[in-house]
Write a protein that binds this ligand. Sequence first.
Ligand code: ZN
Ligand code: ZN
Length: 166
Amino acid sequence: MGKGCSCASYKDLELLRDDITTRIKQTKKLRPSLQRIDGAEGKRDALYKCESCGQLWQDSIAWGWDTEDDARYLFRVPTVSVGEWIRLPFVRPHELLAFAAAVERVTEGMTEKDEPCQTIGCTRRAVTHSVFCLRHHIESLQKIRSVQLLSGRWFPPYDQSGFAPP
Ligand SMILES: [Zn+2]
Ligand SMILES: [Zn+2]
């Protein structure tokens, strides 16, 4: 930790509504101590660096978040080159949270049927109220945006395998 910086006092965000709401509030205080390094303005995501300790932070907008503040928030990310980051920013915790909540909602009470999934080449069984297996059912809901689409670079502590149905 660099002298006089507070990076280490901010923990990794857990996928909890309150954690993200709290971070939205803290972000106004944290941002002035960081330097924006992605060279862009007004993008959906921004990349910041703490000149004191070298820690990188991504700034993203939690669209539709129920907050009185500007819904931007900063979260700590691993070291990455600016070029690589511009090509693919990190996954956003609020989207992971929305995805997990949507999957929980659509899979409630769902079971497998004795029919195969209608996706060509898929050998899994279809689930109730769908012609698809769980994975393809969720993909079909992502296409119509009723389940959050996830895009971005994965990083610890978040694990992609926890976000793909078996
Ligand atoms: Zn720092
Ligand atoms: Zn399938």
